[in-house]
Design a binder for this molecule. Structure first.
Ligand SMILES: *[C@@H]1O[C@H](CO)[C@@H](O)[C@H](O)[C@H]1NC(C)=O
Ligand SMILES: *[C@@H]1O[C@H](CO)[C@@H](O)[C@H](O)[C@H]1NC(C)=O
Ligand SMILES: *[C@@H]1O[C@H](CO)[C@@H](O)[C@H](O)[C@H]1NC(C)=O
Ligand SMILES: *[C@@H]1O[C@H](CO)[C@@H](O)[C@H](O)[C@H]1NC(C)=O
Length: 511
């Protein structure tokens, strides 16, 4: 009991630090969807479909000895009965296999309750492991694996497949995430398993409040470059219309030292993997996979998170491979393959006159193939705050429409009102950006009132995919900096040095 409250006190102090140091920034979620707490549906998803002979399904799965047709342990005041111990650690089990908590893993029974029970048990043991064994498919509804009263350093060992429900009832009036981990200290998801959002049932309803993220306004005069989205398959499910709010597949909120490795996240209804208010994030050797025409399916989304390392990942999706939002700093991304997708983006920032702060971002050793953008910074007019200290280095592009983009006029309508304030951009370095483009090599559109400063270009070599196309030349507006080497093509539009009227940092730029 006393250890319990000591731990929660420790956590609250950590959270207080995290909140304090992120300056209570507004969650500037793109497309205007602010994070809100949403009650996870914990009720059973569906009536169990008849008598499923589940045991025939997993004879020799990786879960070790499987109890015969386990009846779900009856929780006594939320405490599940102790499963047969697998690993003894001073007499306490540290391994919690969902099969021992009544999960069927047959791909059709609702295993949500079993996952909740396994988590409740794992939560109580420091450095415990919750096991989702291989060769089984678990249908799991929206669920929150949450602290703050959990012990530290829990491992979620995912070797099997987790699938999302595809009937609308499971999602109520709409949830912002499907699998959520919140308020934890030291949480690792690892294994060779798959998280499958089965998003196709969500993709075809095109909500009108959900503008498609693209830079098509930069491309429009060129014919036949922007393809219409092909019609998406009609849902085969008889589950009714899906809610307009689409969930992120896997989201971490308010946690310290989060690791995601090994797994594949695929076909999310919306963003695949999101970190919000997290400190110390490590993502490596994992994949995101969904079709290039699936709407708004970002790969990895970072917001209000610091000390982030992402490397050795393959990201293929229908929107930004990685999106870095407000409140992010000390982010290091390297050795990532991106495509299809919209590239790696900082922003959009400053929507609805909000303040955005992003600093110390390194993106290097990236391969992009068949993406809309390469590396992009996008801000709305009317925002405040700043983006400072960004390095894009060694980015290999092939068949990328717009390899290098700064767009301070980001707008989801045909036209947005011009405003005088802007998120200030400075110290943006591009080096070794090489390969082929299909529309325009460089597009720098900076704010009239706050020009971009210290934009440095080194060893840029961008060639049109086919010389015969009519292509755009590099474009710059209010962009100041230097060319350290000659570039291909020449980027004559960059204004060397600093703006003549010495820009004085104003209060609203301070972060
Ligand atoms: C682009 O399409 C428009 C309308 O279809 C046409 O009028 C125009 O000539 C085309 N431009 C080029 C460069 O092909
Ligand atoms: C996170 O991990 C680092 C390195 O292992 C450690 O020093 C730090 O104390 C951890 N943070 C928390 C809040 O446990
Ligand atoms: C910038 O971020 C890197 C991680 O990418 C970190 O090692 C470095 O200490 C940070 N620099 C500052 C000044 O915080
Ligand atoms: C807004 O500003 C841009 C850049 O100065 C300019 O090209 C554009 O015409 C302006 N739009 C409106 C609606 O005034």
């Amino acid at each position: 009991m006393s250890g319990f409250s000591f731990r929660s006190l420790t956590f609250m102090l950590l959270v207080a630090f995290l909140l304090w140091s992120s300056s209570f920034e507004t969650c500037n979620a793109r497309r205007g969807k602010h994070w809100r707490s949403s009650r996870t549906i914990s009720a059973s998803l569906s009536k169990k479909k008849g008598k499923s002979h589940s045991s025939s399904h997993h004879h020799n799965h990786g879960g070790g000895s499987k109890p015969k047709a386990p009846s779900p342990p009856k929780p006594k005041k939320g405490i599940p009965t102790t499963p047969p111990p697998k690993n003894e650690d001073n007499g306490h089990s540290t391994i919690f296999n969902v099969l021992d908590f009544g999960a069927k893993g047959d791909g059709s029974s609702d295993d949500t309750k079993a996952f909740q029970a396994a988590w409740a048990a794992a939560c109580k043991v420091e450095a415990s492991t919750m096991v989702v064994p291989s060769e089984s498919v678990f249908l799991v509804g929206p669920i929150s694996f949450s602290g703050p009263y959990c012990q530290q350093n829990i491992v979620f060992q995912l070797d099997g497949t987790i699938i999302a429900p595809t009937y609308s009832k499971a999602w109520g009036s709409g949830l912002l995430q499907w699998l959520e981990f919140t308020k934890l200290v030291g949480i690792t998801i690892k294994g060779k398993g798959i998280i499958d959002g089965r998003g196709s049932v969500w993709w075809q309803n095109s909500p009108f409040d959900d503008p498609i993220d693209d830079e098509s306004k930069l491309i429009v005069p060129l014919n036949n470059t922007v393809k219409e989205h092909p019609p998406l398959p009609i849902s085969g499910e008889l589950g009714g219309k899906m809610p307009s709010i689409k969930p992120t597949a896997l989201r971490f909120y308010g946690s310290f030292n989060v690791t995601v490795t090994g797994i594949t996240i695929q076909n999310s209804p919306q963003c695949h993997l999101k970190f919000d208010n997290c400190m110390g994030v490590s993502v490596y050797q994992m994949s995101v996979s969904s079709p290039g025409d699936s709407p708004n399916t970002d790969g990895i989304h970072l917001q209000n998170s610091r000390e982030v390392l992402i490397h050795g990942t393959n990201l293929a999706c229908g929107d930004d491979c990685i999106s870095i939002q407000t409140g992010c700093s000390n982010v290091f991304i390297h050795n990532v393959n991106c495509g299809p997708g919209h590239g790696i983006s900082i922003g959009s920032l400053g929507k609805d006159n909000t303040k955005a702060c992003v600093s110390n971002i390194t993106v290097r050793d990236i391969i992009m193939h068949n993406t809309m953008n390469g590396v992009r910074i996008k801000t709305w007019q009317g925002g405040s705050g700043s983006v400072k200290g960004v390095l894009f280095s060694n980015i290999q592009v092939s068949e990328v429409q717009l390899p290098i983009v700064i767009d301070q006029f980001y707008c989801d309508k045909s036209q947005c009102k011009n405003q005088t304030t802007a998120v200030a951009l400075s110290g943006i370095t591009y080096e070794k950006i090489r390969g082929t483009y299909t529309v325009k090599p460089v597009h720098f559109a900076c704010s009239d009132s706050l020009p971009c400063m210290d934009v440095t270009l080194t060893a840029i070599e961008l060639k049109p995919l086919q010389e015969s196309y009519h292509l755009y030349d590099p474009f710059c507006w209010q962009t100041f900096g230097e060319l350290s080497t000659p570039t291909v093509p020449p980027i004559d539009c960059l204004q060397l040095g600093k703006p003549s009227s010495n820009r004085i940092q104003s209060d609203h730029e301070l972060c």
